[in-house]
Design a protein around this ligand. Structure first.
Ligand SMILES: Nc1nc2c(c(=O)[nH]1)N[C@H]1C(S)=C(S)[C@@H](COP(=O)(O)O)O[C@H]1N2
Ligand SMILES: [Mo]
Length: 321
């Protein structure tokens, strides 16, 4: 609960109540006019640096209206930088990205420790406009810049025992969020090897043609467009090929709420809320206004069902959620 909500007379329980929309909007507009929205403004985020590479467009892009760059870089989940949506941008400079290296280990022939420059160098950069659908039932449409994860993984020659890929975020002790016990650090995620190798799965080092800002997971983060946002792990320092399904942070924290697969599925509710609809944070929607943005139907596999449905054809998705 933020101070501006209290000032505007909003109770947490009312935040998603459609019926209260109009009445609240008036209060919100008054609050915004009074300038109480504070840090979720343009002035809060550091200047972004344009990517130096040429960027190729991708056939995988959606043509939906983009979320504004300001919203996508100021309304974030990155618990290592704090649990409020406005915390990551405020604390962005606590994530130190230079120097940065990645450990590649486990079931592969070419493991090692690589600098971020070595990791990025061989890859041409493309722009892919993807929806990212948070488990909290909001979504954004973001032009990510990066390359297929498969192209990176193949360089390390995974062996026949590599059934899964595990990812870890930095747990640098300068990160202010690590004191919180909500999650078990480092933040960890995992994919089945066929999911990791799927052409839709992407590594991003930029967005909107700019270097990826710290709050969005600099210098390198995953983007898995058919899964809930929390699978798209930020600021990766380790990639491990494993034979067994790796533990993941959200599954460890609440196993009955967050499964390993985490595929976007409007028919499988979260135990505490429906997943049938999402608030689309498009256009200039930002901060506070995001709470009142349009609701759209959530699509099976976030709209990528034709492409990835086959990966799960013999599975009961209510059981493997
Ligand atoms: N390391 C790390 N990665 C993370 C998170 C996090 O808290 N820590 N949050 C996840 C969640 S819940 C979402 S919705 C997306 C948000 O990405 P964005 O802020 O770039 O939109 O990042 C995901 N990756
Ligand atoms: Mo999320």
């Amino acid at each position: 609960m933020k101070d501006w909500m209290k000032m505007a007379g909003i109770r947490s329980s009312e935040i998603t109540d459609e019926a209260a929309f109009k009445q609240r909007r008036t209060l919100i507009q008054a609050a915004m006019a009074a300038g109480v929205t504070g840090a979720i403004g343009a002035e809060a985020h550091a200047a972004t640096k344009p990517l130096s590479q040429a960027i190729q467009k991708s056939e995988f892009s959606t043509d939906e209206e983009l979320t504004s760059e300001e919203t996508a870089t100021t309304y974030n989940n990155f618990y290592e930088l704090g649990t409020d949506k406005g915390d990551p941008v405020k604390n962005a400079d606590k994530l130190v990205t230079k120097p940065w290296s990645l450990i590649i280990d486990g079931e592969c022939d070419n493991p090692g420790t690589f600098t971020i420059e070595d990791i990025l160098k061989p890859h041409a950069v493309e722009e892919r406009i993807y929806r990212l659908r948070c488990v909290e039932a909001w979504s954004m449409v973001i032009p990510w810049n990066g390359f297929p994860l498969a192209d990176l993984l193949k360089r390390f020659k995974p062996n026949s025992k590599a059934k899964y890929v595990a990812f870890e975020t930095t747990s640098d002790d300068r990160l202010p969020g690590l004191g919180s016990r909500v999650l078990d650090w480092p933040y960890r995620e995992g994919l089945r090897i066929d999911e990791a190798m799927h052409p839709l799965t992407m590594m991003a080092m930029g967005m909107y043609g700019n270097e990826i800002p710290n709050q969005n997971g600099a210098p390198l983060r995953l983007v898995v467009p058919w899964k809930y946002g929390y699978k798209s792990i930020k600021s990766i320092v380790r990639i491990s090929f494993t034979e067994k399904q790796p533990p993941t942070s959200w599954n460890l924290a609440a196993p009955h709420e967050y499964g390993f697969f985490s595929n976007v599925n409007p028919e499988v509710s979260h135990p505490r809320w429906s997943q049938a609809k999402e608030r689309r944070l498009s256009g200039e929607t930002s901060g506070l206004a995001a709470l009142f943005s349009a609701k759209v139907e959530t699509k099976f596999m976030n709209g990528y069902g034709d492409e990835v449905g086959g990966l799960y054809s013999d599975m009961d998705l209510t059981k493997f959620f």
